[in-house]
Design a protein around this ligand. Structure first.
Ligand code: NAD
Length: 378
């Protein structure tokens, strides 16, 4: 039976002055491939954004994630717009089937040359290699074909440590001896703790999905990393006190780093935080309500898309054929400059860092739009 078509007002319900530039629905019945590509804004350059594989992502979510990438790339000062794509499916599907689906997806987006795919939830560097193999472009590749292995090097954790260095004087903090707590000892959290440790900070509390530990005299990072590498979890580290995830939120420290899940800090637990600085390693780890409360409580918060941009900056450097050391230098330069601008701007205007960061990103996108034919605002 013929289905009723949505009215054009509904189809353009997501449209605003910045985008989305296009929303593509991909359906290949013979292969069972269903996917969505949202290219949000390409005024600054071809859009970089992750390819997620998940069973249940809506167009609306994809649109929101694509806009977040527009702002993240602009805030990082990259010549790239924002996009996101989603392949509808279970990421744990049989490997040969996964390869077939991802290669088919690559062929379906081949002609959308203003989109560059990157790894995201449910995809990885091998998936990016399949996409590159099919259509000649993607970022987040294996080292053997020109990739810079960002999680192995810990580029996002490195970027967080740079943001911490800039933020410290804004909240009267000295990194030498600063006590840090990390929620999520994964690719981001582990390396953030390591790079901050090199600047003199001490890890006093840490968690993973299975437990949390605390030791005010300092947790041995190398020993903990070894436990994790051998398949253990944070709770297997026996020299520290076992605590609950809730207790980790209230642990006395100087820097609290969410590096696991979205919405880790909400209106319900924000008042338990006992720190001077919040460095947002995960994406959207603090709800809007909690972000306001952090400011009221005088806790300085460096927004996610400023502090955790190391990964996407690394991808942009890789795309241009850059090296690992080149990527670290660019991350250092960009995160230092942007964190300084955002925190100084927030102080001058008496607003929250997130408001200053969004204003900075939006200004850059709008400026890029004035420089491009076909992208100027009406
Ligand atoms: P990961 O899977 O390597 O590590 C996540 C860690 O969090 C694991 O140790 C896991 O056990 C732990 N965890 C999961 N649920 C938890 C919970 N409820 N409480 C405490 N710990 C929990 O992932 P990652 O790459 O480190 O990414 C972490 C976050 O940072 C995600 O939100 C991701 O989107 C974001 N991010 C990652 C990068 C990057 O370069 N990897 C860049 C920007 C943002």
């Amino acid at each position: 039976m013929q289905k009723e078509m949505p009215r054009s007002e509904d189809m353009f319900g997501f449209a605003d002055a910045l985008g989305p530039d296009k929303i593509i629905h991909i359906w290949k019945p013979a292969l069972g491939l269903k996917a969505i590509l949202v290219v949000d804004n390409v005024a600054a350059g071809p859009a970089i954004g992750g390819t997620r594989m998940a069973p249940d992502v809506s167009v609306e979510e994809c649109v929101r994630l694509a806009r977040a990438m527009t702002f993240k790339n602009a805030a990082a000062g990259l010549p790239h717009g924002g996009a996101k794509s989603v392949i509808i499916g279970d990421p744990a599907m049989e490997p040969a089937r996964k390869e077939e689906i991802i290669r088919a997806f690559a062929c379906a987006i081949a002609h959308f040359t203003d989109y560059i795919a990157g790894p995201d939830m449910g995809t990885n560097e091998v998936a990016m290699a399949w996409i590159k193999d099919e259509i000649g472009r993607s970022v987040g590749l294996p080292r053997e074909i020109g990739g810079i292995p960002l999680d192995e090097i810990g580029v996002t954790g490195f970027g967080l440590s740079v943001a911490a260095e800039v933020a410290a004087p804004f909240c009267g903090l000295d990194l030498e001896g600063a006590r840090i707590v990390v929620q999520g000892f994964g690719a981001v959290g582990k390396h953030a703790a390591r790079f901050l440790g090199e600047k003199g900070a001490v890890l006093v509390g840490v968690s993973d999905s299975r437990g949390a530990i605390a030791d005010e005299s300092g947790i041995d990072l190398a020993a903990l990393a070894k436990i994790k590498e051998e398949g253990g979890h944070v709770g297997d580290y026996r020299r520290a006190k076992q605590i609950t995830p809730e207790e980790l939120v209230g642990l006395a420290c100087d820097i609290w780093i969410p590096a696991a899940r979205p919405d880790a800090i909400t209106g319900d637990n924000v008042d338990r935080l006992d720190c001077k600085l919040m460095l947002q390693g995960a994406n959207i780890p603090v709800t809007a309500e909690a972000e306001v409360r952090l400011a009221e409580r005088g806790i300085l918060s460096v927004p996610d898309f400023v502090a955790n941009a190391g990964g996407v900056i690394c991808g942009a450097v890789e795309y241009r054929g850059g090296t690992q050391s080149g990527a670290l230098a660019v991350i250092e330069e960009k995160i230092r400059y942007n964190t300084e601008r955002v925190l100084a701007g927030a102080r001058e205007r008496g607003c929250r860092p997130r408001e200053a960061a969004v204003a900075l990103a939006e200004k850059r996108v709008r400026r890029a739009m004035t420089l491009r034919r076909g992208h100027r605002e009406a």
